[in-house]
Design a protein around this ligand. Structure first.
Ligand code: MRU
Length: 346
């Protein structure tokens, strides 16, 4: 199996013997791909945010397992143990995006089978995860665009585009599909502190010829008050069974503001982002990143009295969400019903 061709920018490319990772820290100034030939390198690429975004993290980790099998299978008859150690390392790379653990579970299940040709089987499994994600994004794009019919403006947060997925994107997939049907105004929040909106989202949209207006995160309330947007459209890092959604820090603020201004919130995510075993969002581990990502350099010394609190995700309760769009279908008003109805849907 080969990777599906997709026209949008690619965060990840499998070359046949290595994983090429677009270094998103350097965008939009430079397009630089780093090549990884072992799982340790892929784990490092995730930790350092060269690759980020829940589905892309999961796909990268799956290829990390492929690289591990390629290396260990040839070298020792203890290869399964060594691959298991690499899988543990990959699992520690980031805590919140459940797609990481979902993808590693798929790879573990494949490895647990009696395999005549483990190298081929494990690569096929990773490529399926990658291709299925792209297909899911296109499906969600159409489902979400149906809901946006007649909308004049949308706002997105962080980057939930091709850069954050196998290709096409979740929230940006919906915006792409909707824009193709009808022109609509697209606003993107900067997404402090890492600036995924400013550096990635508006760049990715402009690569596709979709005009986007960047706003400071703190301008969101005023934008909503102006009446310019009908919907907030975002991705997710983990969706709990009751429909609570963990996503980039600031999503919760936007949802609270949206409620005040009569703007609706749409969450777009593949079912690999649903954590069926997580009853509600209170239990989701929220990644805390290094305070140095926030602090100006003058505060980075031992005598400094200034510290920083840097949670990089928050949880939006289901009752602030109007629609959860997945490749298996849409849940409108998830509060009270959760997402369980999607579990056995096809
Ligand atoms: O810290 P990041 O850049 O990995 O956070 C990404 C997000 O919060 C995205 O909105 C989410 O992963 C969905 S990506 C389709």
């Amino acid at each position: 199996m080969t990777m599906q061709n997709n026209k949008t920018v690619q965060a990840l490319q499998w070359t046949g013997d290595a994983l090429k990772v677009l270094d998103q820290r350097q965008l939009p100034e430079k397009i630089v791909y780093d090549e990884y030939k072992d799982a340790v390198g892929v784990a490092e690429a995730i930790v350092t945010m060269r690759v980020r975004g829940a589905p892309a993290i999961g796909i990268a980790a799956a290829y990390g397992v492929v690289l591990s099998v390629r290396r260990q299978y040839a070298q020792s008859n203890q290869w399964r143990k060594k691959v298991a150690a690499d899988i543990e390392l990959l699992a520690k790379s980031r805590p919140t995006a459940v797609n990481l653990f979902w993808a590693l579970d798929q790879m573990k299940a494949e490895l647990a089978k009696q395999l005549d040709n483990p190298l081929a089987a494990i690569l096929a499994c990773a490529e399926k995860i990658h291709n299925d994600d792209i297909a899911a994004n296109h499906k969600m794009g159409e489902l979400g665009a149906d809901i946006l019919t007649g909308a004049k403006g949308v706002m997105t947060h962080c980057n939930a585009g091709a850069l954050a997925t196998g290709g096409y994107g979740t929230a940006l997939g919906v915006i792409r599909s909707a824009y193709r049907r009808q022109r609509l105004n697209v606003y993107a929040g900067e997404t402090r502190p890492w600036l995924q909106g400013a550096r990635l989202t508006v760049w990715e949209l402009s690569q596709d010829g979709i005009p986007a207006t960047l706003i400071a995160d703190s301008a969101a309330a005023w934008l909503m008050k102006s009446g310019a947007i009908d919907w907030i459209v975002v991705g997710a890092d983990r969706i709990a069974a009751n429909g609570d959604v963990a996503n980039k820090i600031g999503t919760y603020s936007l949802a609270v503001l949206a409620e005040q201004h009569g703007v609706k919130v749409m969450v777009v995510a593949p079912t690999s982002t649903i954590d069926w075993n997580m009853p509600n969002g209170d239990l989701i581990e929220i990644e805390q990143r290094n305070p140095n990502e926030l602090l100006p350099a003058c505060y980075l010394n031992e005598d400094s009295q200034v510290s920083a609190w840097n949670p990089v995700f928050d949880v939006t309760p289901a009752d602030l969400i109007a629609a959860i769009v997945t490749e298996r279908g849409v849940i409108l008003n998830p509060a009270g019903q959760g997402v369980g109805g999607l579990r056995n849907a096809i």
